[in-house]
Design a binder for this molecule. Sequence first.
Ligand code: GNR
Ligand code: NI
Length: 168
Amino acid sequence: MTILDILHYPDARLHLKAQNVTLFDSKLKELINNMANTMYENNGIGLAATQVNVQKRIFIIDLSKNDEPRNLITFINLEILEKSGEVLSEEGCLSVPGIYEKVYRSETIKVKFQDENGKSHQNEYKGLMSICIQHENDHLDGKVFVEYLSNLKQNFIKKKLKKIFKPE
Ligand code: GNR
Ligand code: NI
């Protein structure tokens, strides 16, 4: 069981753009397995490959409650086909620990993606799943949710996190 290191904002590697997955092999499954262990260990509901310093278009989400069986969903090469509506959503991020801020997201999204076996799916999502998919897909484009906030707030958050994660 491998727990991967999570990059913390403002790490420049969080702003790299991820590339499509072309090979659906056992190495991919191992990466997804390690990402899942890392997400569960840190009590996250989602994790994007960018956050563990892998620039591939992979993210995972599990919205199951603590008293429910796990329900991991793997999204590979996701594309947003249609968006509609707007909602204010309070978000947190494992790469921005301790910070919770409201940002605007599309309410409903229609997406296509592949699963860990390369099989294609098309689906419409609303609610927390829609918000989480947009948050994770942003990571793959090199975007962290705090970039939707004012520069003043971003600078405050940078200062605060630099203090916490100061190299010894
Ligand atoms: O654990 C997480 N919670 C969360 C809450 C509201 C909106 C998005 C998220 S995703 C986040 C995990 C994470 O950082 N994924 O990239
Ligand atoms: Ni995040």
